[in-house]
Every structure is written in structure tokens, then in C-alpha cells.
Design a protein around this ligand. Structure first.
Ligand code: MSP
Length: 512
């Protein structure tokens, strides 16, 4: 059985922004975690290339939509590689294979009697690619997300009978594990309780889309098309992709990780479409909050957009990952503050974890011939062993319920406690007395061992830093042994060599 998880398929109107980097990093952590637990993971990401928004973006640039999409999609693909994202599938909704699956899916929904022709009237936000619920003064109303006026639409469209699935959707969304966190579920429960309305799944004024078979001037509504990307991704590399192949290849998705603004599509429209086509619904929709910058919404007009490319080249992957994972509670909104960023990285990664490794490995090398000490006698109670065991247990529990910030804090707390243990025991004073040598060996071993576990716990969160830590302990993660087993206390080999220490992370300077 596979474990399938997805990022949203990003619009290619622009290159990746910090919001898309955030979602993709969180998904990457979960994918890595599940792989370490031995799951057969299919991590899907990709791009959403059709629709009016993209059509217009290409028109503004005076180029063919296809040319525009090729260019930006490649940027996304390369970008995720630069961020060391461990995705397995990258789906482009403009690909032929995807089109085949959309058509197949549409035929199934049609066969269920869920498609009919109707007239769609309403106020539309092109940025969201969504009809809004008739806000007052709609002609002057600006979409709060895109700060753009809505457009009035009145056209003949094909509709999907969403209303037919009211009861089934109510049942699904009330399942406590389906929408997480709970605040997000409440929003959807309220929305559904007002009664589901059928929604239009075709457009007559959008040429950049998949043509609806049998309806010359209609293309599929971009969301109807895009959501199916999650399914088509699974068989996208096959020479003869099909709905059946995708379904057998791992569907249903275990997690759709998305931002709160697109929850309705994933938790209501999408399950109903799937039920209509006789396909299983995803197991979980994990909705995260929005990122702001220094307390303000990020936007081009405000001129405060953080370019993730610049962040990556200036600070590197680990610091940005650590900040986004540890400082933002998944589900809540988060704020990116430059000063806070520098402080957190310096405190947590450089001072707490980096120094711990550096100073302990240096002491051990100096006193024990460049090696891990050989333990001669063991105290009855080992405080640090207890700390480590509790930290591992809590970390696994938190990760399991996708509280990544709390899991990261468990690792940090273990490092803080390990530093305290070192300071309390002061091996640098004890070593002056020859009789203390067995005790010093025990203390140093414990600290090195705790640091080994810290390194391993960081593996899904900060893969680069984690490898550096464990390399410096001469004890790297071994693929052939279950990761959980390697988290047990006492596996650092006595008398094994310790490589020369070098800083694993540089301190950052705050520039105003
Ligand atoms: N194309 C659709 C998704 C289709 S999925 C089948 C889409 N794309 S998007 O590029 O506009 O948004 C992608 C994701 O980025 C969404 O989950 C959205 O919530 C997220 N974010 C956009 N701005 C954001 C922030 N400022 N902060 C965090 N995430 C944000 O919607």
C-alpha cells in the first residue's frame, strides 16, 4: 500500500512564492518521515496551467499560453530540486496524459447523470478562479486575497450536480480525521450546512483549457481539470495512462496539504466529484494558514514580497526550513520576521545544536584519542537517556498528528537538556582528577549519544544538517536498519573514530 500525499498544483501565473515554498517544505517533511517509517510514499506536486488567469498572464506577456506554461513550469520543477524537495511526481495539467484522464473522468460523472447544461450568472474572481457568494456592491468589491475587482459572468455552462451529494459530504466532513485542524473543519461545516449548490464545470470564454468532448466551444473549468491532476499524476509516467491505472497505483490520497483559501474545493467539491465517478475520496485534507511578512499581508503592491530564491541563496535550505517548520504552527497563520528569523537560527541551530556537537566532539577527541570514549562503568540512573527516550516518544507522536512545530521543539528541547546536563556535570573540571576518568567517559558518551539521536530526529526536518551532524559523529543513518530502531539509546559505538569537527551551521548577521 502506498502513502500518497500532495501539494496543491500551483498556478503558473508567476514563479514560486514563499507560500508555495512553505506548503512544499511541509509536505517534504511528511514524505521523508513516512519513508523513514518504511512506507512506500508517492509525493505529488505539480502545476495548474489552464484557465483564464493563466490565459491572461500569457496575453499580457504577448506570448502563447503554452510557451508561457513551459517556461514557468520548468522554473517550478527546477526550484523544487534546488530546495531538495523529495517529490516523486511532478504533474503538468497541460500534458496529454492528464487530458486523457480528465476526459475519462468526465464520462464517468456524465454516466452518473450528474452533468447538465445551465446558465451561470455571478461575480467571479479571476485570481481565485472562483465565483464569490454575491458580496454586496460586487462591482466595486475587491477579492480580499487578490485585491482585484470581481467580474460579472453570465453564460451557458455545464453544471455538476453537487447538491445531490449533500448528505454524503456532510458525513465525510464530520469525520474528525478528514479536515484538520478543527478550526478549518468548522468553516467547512458551516458552509455545507447552508446547502450545497451545483457548480459550473465548463467555460465558453476560455480557450486555454481542455475542450469538453461534444461541446465545441466549451473548455473544462480550471478547478475541475486541476483537481484531477492528483489522480493523473499517479500514472503520468506510464506509456498508456488511464484512470484505472492511477486508481490502482495508490489512490486514494492519504493527505492533501493545502492553504485555507482552497479548502472548499478540496473538502467539498472534490469528494463529491469523486463519489460521482465511483472513486474513493481522499483520507485527509490538511489546511494550513497564511504567511504574512512583518505582520502585513505579502503583496506586489505593498512591495514586501519575500523572494524565496533570495532567501535560499542568502541563508541556505536548513535555516529557512527550520523557521517555517518550527515557528509556525501548521494550521495557523504565520509571520515571517527578518530579525526573528536570524535570532531563531542563531539560537536553535548554531548555539544550541551546533555548539553542543562541536564542543563535545572536541573534548572527546582531545581526551580519548580522537574517539568516542569506552564506557567502563554505568551509573544506575541516566538522566539523559530518560530525556532522550521521552523526546523520541513525544516527537513521533507529534509528527504522527502532523504537529511539526511541536516535533521540532522536542528535538530542540533535547538539545537544550543535553547542554544543561553537560554544564551541570562539568567534565572539563572532572577530567583534572584521574579517578574521575570513568565518570567523564560516561558523561561524554551520553552527550555524544544524545547528539546522535538529535541528528537522526532532524532527518525528515533538516536533511542536510542532520547528515552533517551524524557524519561528524562518525555514525550516519543506515538505510538497511529501520530508522525507529536507530533512535534507541546506546547505539553509538564505543571507541569509534570521531572526524575532525567543523561548524555545521554559520551564525547569521541581521542586516536592517
Ligand atoms: N492552482 C490552485 C490549486 C489547485 S490544486 C488542484 C491554487 N494555486 S495557487 O498557486 O494560487 O496557490 C497554491 C497554494 O499556495 C494554496 O494552497 C494557497 O493557500 C497557498 N498560498 C498562497 N499564498 C499564501 C501565503 N501567503 N501563505 C501561505 N500559503 C499561501 O490555488
Amino acid at each position: 500500500m502506498s502513502f500518497v500525499l500532495t501539494t496543491p498544483l500551483y498556478y503558473v501565473n508567476d514563479k514560486p512564492h514563499l507560500g508555495s515554498v512553505y506548503t512544499t517544505i511541509i509536505c517534504d517533511c511528511i514524505a521523508r518521515f513516512k519513508r523513514l517509517l518504511g512506507e512506500d510514499v508517492i509525493f505529488i506536486t505539480g502545476v495548474d496551467e489552464h484557465g483564464l488567469k493563466i490565459q491572461r498572464t500569457a496575453q499580457e506577456k504577448n506570448i502563447e499560453a503554452k510557451t508561457h506554461c513551459d517556461e514557468i513550469s520548468e522554473i517550478f520543477n527546477l526550484n523544487w530540486k534546488k530546495w531538495d524537495i523529495s517529490f516523486d511526481k511532478f504533474i503538468r495539467t497541460s500534458s496529454k496524459n492528464h487530458e486523457l484522464i480528465v476526459n475519462e473522468f468526465y464520462e464517468r460523472v456524465k454516466a452518473s447523470g450528474d452533468i447538465y447544461m445551465g446558465v451561470q450568472k455571478g461575480w467571479y474572481c479571476v485570481g481565485c478562479e472562483e465565483f464569490k457568494d454575491n458580496p454586496e456592491n460586487s462591482s466595486s468589491y475587491k477579492c480580499p486575497i487578490h485585491q482585484k475587482n470581481l467580474e460579472w459572468k453570465n453564460e451557458e455552462n455545464l453544471f455538476f450536480r453537487l447538491s445531490k451529494y449533500q448528505k454524503q459530504i456532510e458525513k465525510i466532513i464530520n469525520e474528525p480525521s478528514f479536515i484538520v485542524p478543527i478550526e478549518r473543519r468548522n468553516e467547512i461545516v458551516n458552509f455545507v450546512s447552508r446547502g450545497l449548490k451545483d457548480f459550473s464545470i465548463s467555460r465558453t470564454n476560455v480557450s486555454w483549457g481542455i475542450p469538453v468532448p461534444g461541446y465545441g466551444n466549451h473548455t473544462f473549468y480550471v478547478w475541475f481539470d486541476a483537481l484531477l491532476g492528483y489522480i493523473s499524476a499517479i500514472s503520468s509516467n506510464s506509456p498508456d495512462p488511464s484512470l484505472e491505472k492511477s486508481i490502482n497505483g495508490g489512490w486514494p490520497a492519504d493527505i492533501h496539504l493545502i492553504g485555507k483559501d482552497i479548502l472548499r474545493f478540496h473538502a467539498v467539491y472534490w469528494p463529491a466529484m469523486l463519489i460521482s465517478a465511483g472513486i474513493k475520496v481522499p483520507k485527509k485534507v490538511l489546511g494550513h494558514g497564511f504567511l504574512t511578512r512583518e505582520g502585513q499581508k505579502m503583496g506586489k503592491s505593498l512591495g514586501n514580497v519575500l523572494d524565496p530564491d533570495q532567501l535560499l541563496s542568502k541563508y541556505g535550505n536548513d535555516p529557512v526550513r527550520w523557521y517555517l517548520i518550527k515557528d509556525i504552527s501548521l494550521g495557523n497563520d504565520g509571520d515571517f520576521q527578518d530579525k526573528r528569523f536570524v535570532d531563531i537560527i542563531n539560537n536553535d541551530l548554531a548555539n544550541t545544536i551546533g555548539n553542543l556537537l562541536n564542543r563535545t566532539s572536541s573534548m572527546s577527541r582531545k581526551w580519548f584519542d580522537n574517539k568516542v570514549p569506552i564506557i567502563e562503568k554505568k551509573s544506575n540512573t541516566n538522566k539523559l537517556e530518560n530525556f532522550a527516550n521521552i523526546a523520541v516518544k513525544n516527537y513521533l507522536q507529534k509528527f504522527d498528528i502532523y504537529k511539526l512545530d511541536l516535533a521540532a521543539n522536542e528535538v530542540l528541547n533535547l538539545a537544550i537538556n543535553t547542554n544543561l546536563y553537560l554544564n551541570d556535570n562539568q567534565p572539563w573540571l572532572l577530567i583534572k582528577e584521574k579517578d574521575n576518568l570513568p565518570l567523564v567517559k560516561e558523561i561524554i558518551y551520553n552527550v555524544l549519544e544524545s547528539t546522535r539521536i538529535i541528528g537522526l530526529l532532524l532527518l525528515p526536518l533538516l536533511p542536510e544538517l542532520s547528515s552533517k551532524i551524524n557524519e561528524q559523529l562518525g555514525s550516519i543513518y543506515k538505510k538497511e536498519i529501520p530508522w525507529k530502531k536507530q533512535l534507541s539509546w546506546g547505539l553509538l559505538i564505543n571507541n569509534s573514530s570521531l572526524p575532525k569537527p567543523s561548524p555545521i551551521i554559520n551564525k547569521l548577521e541581521y542586516e536592517q
